[in-house]
Design a protein around this ligand. Sequence first.
Ligand code: URA
Length: 249
Amino acid sequence: MSPREPLEGTNEVRRILQFYRDLGFKQIYRRTPVAISTPAPAEMKAISETIELPGLVPAGDTLDLIRADIGDCTRCRLCKERKKIVFGDGSARARLVFVGEGPGADEDEQGIPFVGRAGQLLTQMIEGTASKEGIPLKRADVYICNVVKCRPPENRTPEPDEMEICGQFLFRQLSVIKPKAICALGSTAAKALLGGKDGVTKLRGKWHKWNDIPLMVTFHPSYLLRPYNQNAKRESWEDLKKVLHFVYD
Ligand code: URA
């Protein structure tokens, strides 16, 4: 590319800038292109100027805009076998967001997250625990979504590139809703939101942060459905109580 070719406005530049933004750079500096053929002495001095990076979240973003941007997505291989994109379910004004891993078979059929066995357990946990704790809360009052929006074949764990590609939409969903707290269900959600390699056993029960929003990690409801995980069940209920009291007291 010639140094005089304008870069601004190209998708490629935007992509690169967003990459740097993801890495935590808030500003970058560029040298103003200098005329090469007949440089006047003053122009030869490179002038540095500050460019504000474009945000990952477009101004005026909404859940509807995010869903529209996802469209009939073919950004990763998960599109090949999915039946429905599972965007999210619940209130756009939710004070609490639950993030799971990715849709299973029932979710893929219906296009709604957490409606299968694990989902029924999650609903029961939310509504049952809230009711026992004297908190009037229904599933519809919270927001539920996943790291990846399409079902991974055989319910395998999403690959890092799939999580990264779809993660931009999760990032936007959370940024638009701005809940008081986030509850990450299982290690895939924890990894997507917190980074790092620690598993649920190490992370659960303590407060972490996602972009300044308090985040609790707990076991994924599918894990709790396994008969030998009684201890995990008890711990999950403890985690959920902590989250519910933090958000709704
Ligand atoms: N498991 C998940 O992680 N998400 C769903 O939506 C259903 C099952």
